[in-house]
Design a protein around this ligand. Structure first.
Ligand code: NAD
Length: 409
């Protein structure tokens, strides 16, 4: 099964409870537009570097397409399609005036110099600038891209269309970015952990967490959970993992990673593999790296009491069924990691108004929206007797469907 098929499986499970006609189903799952562009640049050694960039615009019934740009060797059309579709449902779950889009570049940014990365990004914008913009499609960071990449996008877009900081979000705070955007996804994941634990009669303080992936999302999730008194007993990244049953000293780990760029080598824990992390006894397991982490076999080995999906698409449908059968609740990606796009929305609003919000306001508004959305999904799951994922999709599909009907086809 491929990623887009997996997303549509979840869509169909929810749609079956909403009595969608076949035509409406096709209308809602089919992407509006798919771009695939050749991006050729001069490499530092004088050779020509050939790359392929993608942008999939899935649905804009509720507003401009919105979604990240990923730079990674696994990026392809199917992945972009699946992630674009997830963005449609995610922006609807948290009730933002956006649709869903996603894209990226098939490349390994760790093997590119800063100059090559900049040329690649600028060339990509030259290829797609007519299709993006503040009212059309607004990219943001994802795996392998960051605030600097967003700054280059804004600058290059401006050469064609003038000053439009709202054409991209996740920009540096010094260049029309929003306070709190970098930490927003991890902050939202921590808030969702707090809310879900509350429903289970528990609190973050003293609860154990294992986090796979220690990039933007994983590291901020760890930071906020640690601040709330949570015990992060294992973390990992692409280099490997480490565990410390007493709880990892997250501020020390942060300093280590700031210098060495990886968790491996940190003295405050024992080395473990990624597989050990995923199957260790822990209260809450948080996948925060790439998609497709849990298949049925892996799901049978999981010993966590709760899974909170910080990554996009970490659970294959067969694994989801195993978790459901085993009674392990899963807070789905389209709700759990929506904090990033919520604050991207605040950044867009600030850019359009040319007015800055202080960090406290950003975090307060993010918390309000995340908690409200969580309550809505939880209540629907309870009322309809379905999983949190099916409930989140049901809520999203009804909102997108309603917008389609009101706006006309
Ligand atoms: P990132 O590039 O900053 O970090 C990714 C992390 O995953 C790195 O620590 C990397 O070493 C690690 N990793 C890669 N392969 C791994 C493996 N096999 N095992 C363990 N760790 C591995 O990316 P990010 O922005 O933190 O995104 C992480 C996930 O969160 C992605 O699925 C992304 O789509 C999702 N997400 C990100 C945002 C955002 O605002 N950045 C928002 C919503 C969802």
């Amino acid at each position: 099964m491929q990623a887009f098929e997996a997303t549509n499986y979840y869509f169909d499970r929810a749609a079956a409870r909403l009595d969608l006609s076949d035509n409406t189903r096709t209308l809602m799952i089919t992407p509006d537009r798919e771009l695939r562009v050749e991006v050729a640049i001069e490499m530092d050694n004088g050779q020509i570097g050939n790359f392929i960039g993608y942008r999939v615009q899935h649905d804009n019934a509720r507003g401009p397409f919105k979604g990240g740009l990923r730079y990674h060797p696994h990026v392809d059309q199917d992945e972009a399609r699946a992630l674009a579709s997830l963005m449609t449902w995610k922006t609807a779950v948290v009730d933002l005036p956006f649709g869903g889009g996603k894209g990226g570049m098939n490349c390994d940014p760790s093997k590119l110099s800063r100059g090559e990365l900049e040329r690649l990004t600028r060339k990509f914008v030259q290829q797609i600038h007519d299709f993006i913009g503040p009212d059309k499609d607004i990219p943001a960071p994802d795996v392998g891209t960051d605030a600097q990449v967003m700054a280059w996008i804004m600058n290059e877009y401006g050469k064609f269309h003038g000053f439009h900081p709202a054409c991209v979000t996740g920009k540096p705070v010094e260049l029309h970015g929003s306070a709190g955007r970098e930490a927003a996804t991890g902050y939202g994941v921590a808030l969702i952990c707090r809310e879900m634990l509350g429903k289970l009669g528990k609190v973050v303080n003293g609860t154990t967490f294992a986090i796979q992936g220690y990039g933007n999302v994983g590291s901020y999730t760890a930071k906020f959970l640690h601040q709330m008194g949570g015990k992060i007993i294992a973390v990992s990244d692409a280099s490997g993992g480490l565990s410390q049953p007493q709880g990892i000293a997250i501020p020390e780990l942060e300093k280590h990673v700031a210098i060495s760029r990886k968790v491996v080598g940190f003295k405050g824990g024992e080395p473990i593999t990624n597989e050990q992390l995923l199957t260790m006894p822990v209260d809450v397991l948080i996948p925060a790296a790439l998609g497709g982490v849990f298949d049925a076999e892996m799901a049978r080995g999981v010993q966590a009491g709760l899974i909170v999906e910080a990554a996009n698409g970490p659970t294959w449908p067969d694994a989801d069924e195993v978790f459901e059968a085993r009674g392990i609740p899963v807070v789905p990606d389209i709700l759990a990691n929506a904090g990033g796009v919520v604050v991207s929305y605040f950044e867009w609003v600030q850019n359009l108004q040319h007015f800055r919000w202080p960090l406290e306001q950003v975090q307060r508004e993010e918390e309000r929206r995340m908690v409200e959305s969580f309550e809505k999904v939880y209540e629907m799951a309870h009322r309809k007797g379905v999983s949190l994922r099916t409930a989140a999709f049901m809520l999203a599909i009804s909102r997108v469907g309603r917008a389609r009907i009101l706006g006309g086809i």
